[in-house]
Design a binder for this molecule. Sequence first.
Ligand SMILES: C[S@@+](CC[C@H](N)C(=O)[O-])C[C@H]1O[C@@H](n2cnc3c(N)ncnc32)[C@H](O)[C@@H]1O
Length: 272
Amino acid sequence: MTTEDTREYVLGDTEELAGEHFGYLQQLLDPQTTACLDSAGVRSGMRCLDVGAGGGSISRWLAGRGADVLAVDVDTTHLTGSPRVEVLRHDITDGVPGRDRFDLIHVRLVLMHLSRRAELLAMLADRLVPGGWLVIGEYLGPQTRVVSTPGSAEEALFHRVQQTAHAAAARAGAVSFTWAHEVDARMREAGLVNIEARSFTPTAQGGSAAALLSSNLVRQVEDLALRDGLTAEDLRAYHHLMRDPRFRAWFYEFVCTRGQRPAGGPVRFPAR
Ligand SMILES: C[S@@+](CC[C@H](N)C(=O)[O-])C[C@H]1O[C@@H](n2cnc3c(N)ncnc32)[C@H](O)[C@@H]1O
């Protein structure tokens, strides 16, 4: 946890908030992610790598399908090993651990936080067996479309907190909310084929998992946001709003992209 790139990930400092965060991601994103993985084809005996596995829900799902999974994360506090899931504390910016090639590599909401994301994607693509799949899930943002609020002051507060929290996180780390749309082209440059992306955007009602995830993420960058001009009262009102069922807004768009290493080996295309 000591390299420059690891510090680019500004979330995860508080164990309880990180645990909650992973729970919401599992609830909101696992149905879309497992559909994307299924479209690539998951079979018993596959060798899989789950990068930045977090709470391990996708590692467990793959293992439940009979795959053998190496789950790596810089912080393995929330990961539990099992006969089919090997847990390894590892910083992916230091390279892919070991010498194995993988039938499937899954990376969700990790590369968007790391500045060398395009290089890391190419590095992961190189560690696929011929015919193997790389599956990358990322959020696009920010959240800007409010559907209903208790009042105009609450709507203004929502936008102010979102803008400040995103700007503070981007300055402290390296997060990109546009990278999700670049993944397709970067996969192509890395020589992958059969590339396909799917996107999903729910609305978030106060009290729903999506709104509570918003609240959780703002809590995780609270110190940064307070330094950038939000007040404790702004934050208290924001967390209250995220529990108010009169509030509804479109949530972040989740984009899951898959690409396959050609059976005959990689084909390189020049960068555009
Ligand atoms: C937003 S969470 C996503 C967790 C999980 N992939 C999911 O979607 O439920 C990002 C995860 O990436 C891990 N991470 C951040 N930087 C990393 C790095 N350089 N190498 C490995 N893991 C990293 C974090 O510790 C965290 O568990």
